[in-house]
Design a protein around this ligand. Sequence first.
Ligand SMILES: Cc1cc2nc3c(=O)[nH]c(=O)nc-3n(C[C@H](O)[C@H](O)[C@H](O)COP(=O)(O)O)c2cc1C
Length: 152
Amino acid sequence: MKITVLFASPNKNGSTAILTDNFKRGAEENGHTVGVLDVCNMNIHPCIGCVRCGYEGPCVQKDDNAIIRHELLSSDMVVFATPLYYYGMSAQLKTVVDRFCAYNSGLNSRHLSSALLTVAWNADDWTFEALEAHYKTLVRYVRFEDKGMVLG
Ligand SMILES: Cc1cc2nc3c(=O)[nH]c(=O)nc-3n(C[C@H](O)[C@H](O)[C@H](O)COP(=O)(O)O)c2cc1C
């Protein structure tokens, strides 16, 4: 299976990177192809809400979101890899997710598998509640099939 990881930590050698590297290694050992997109170092602007895309594109903004679109629409699985920032995903990842708007229909019909890799500082049992709820709601809306979450 072709797996695309949206790696959304600004720290290339941080905890999110450790999770991502280990996920990649494990998946490749099991015969999968894994591509990691370092979204914090890509040129991706926030959605401007014009909906000129009509939820299927093209987007009026010409930036690296076209690369993400191409990769996700040719993948079997998407993995969201993010540090917990104020109890949600990083802004860099949210920016990518909002730009799903321009290929919402295509994403919906692909029925991608998905997973969440995330890390936090706090150890309260409610630390990941909001992010888990957001991820599960997103997956439900875009008709992904959740394969699991790693909450570090
Ligand atoms: C802007 C910012 C916001 C954060 N918000 C939270 C938070 O809400 N809850 C938490 O437990 N940790 C929070 N943290 C800590 C990070 O989630 C944690 O250090 C994580 O391991 C960082 O991942 P990284 O090593 O990939 O950068 C925050 C860190 C930063 C820089």
